[in-house]
Ligand binder design. Structure first.
Ligand SMILES: Cc1cc2nc3c(=O)[nH]c(=O)nc-3n(C[C@H](O)[C@H](O)[C@H](O)COP(=O)(O)O)c2cc1C
Length: 206
């Protein structure tokens, strides 16, 4: 099993990596364990526990991206198709995809229980999903995988829910693609530019 780096090292190392392969450095059992930790331990607003995660590995992952390509083919202008197809093939070349859904029912229950906060719960549901996404993105990074985050919802929702027998009420919020990182791919990532930290944070009373 790959060694797990420290939390802060993983936070610092995490990147969006599109060039991924099927040589995942962790076992399927370990992927499952990470997802269980996410579902069990990542917080949610008012402890709604509204996140619903579906993990697709190997052939199942490929099927998801085949469905996405099929749907996009009918939507994308012909002269742009080869660019889109290449992009989808890139995701397909990875090892797995984690689908992040939110169940609207716990959110609705909280809205009726706490009417004063009703308007905030949909936003907090998004935050809850994002926390699960970021935890798993960073955890997979710590285990030696590379990831990228996609948003082919809502065009893929119906097809994916039908195929994997997923509750039709759940709302798909994001797709985290993960896999092995080919030799050298990390060195060739685009350099990030940073808005100065002083413009983005303050500390008082230090
Ligand atoms: C909320 C959020 C949504 C994102 N959506 C997408 C997306 O739909 N497709 C994509 O390729 N990258 C997406 N990204 C990746 C960002 O573009 C990327 O994280 C950002 O440019 C910083 O680069 P880094 O991840 O390498 O640090 C998303 C990231 C975040 C945090």
């Amino acid at each position: 099993m790959a060694s797990s780096m420290s939390f802060l090292d993983a936070v610092k190392n995490r990147r969006t990596i599109y060039t991924l392969n099927k040589q995942a450095p962790i076992s399927d059992d370990r992927v499952e364990e990470l997802v269980k930790i996410a579902v069990h331990d990542v917080p949610s607003s008012f402890n709604s526990q509204s996140a619903r995660l579906v993990v697709l590995l190997k052939k199942e992952h490929e099927t998801f991206w085949d469905f996405t390509a099929e749907i996009l083919k009918a939507m994308v202008p012909e002269d742009q198709w080869s660019h889109t197809e290449q992009r989808i093939n890139g995701f397909r070349s990875a090892y797995g995809t984690i689908l992040f859904f939110e169940d609207p029912n716990p959110v609705k229950e909280l809205q009726s229980k706490y009417p004063n906060y009703a308007q905030h719960f949909p936003g907090w549901s998004e935050h809850t999903s994002a926390m699960h996404q970021y935890m798993l993105w960073t955890a997979l990074e710590a285990e030696g995988c590379g990831c990228n985050l996609q948003h082919y919802n809502p065009i893929i929702d119906q097809k994916a829910k039908g195929h994997w027998n997923i509750n039709m009420e759940w709302n798909l919020r994001a797709q985290l693609v993960f896999g092995g990182v080919p030799e050298g791919a990390r060195d060739n990532l685009p350099k990030k530019t940073y808005v100065p930290l002083e413009e983005r944070m303050a500390i008082h009373g230090k």
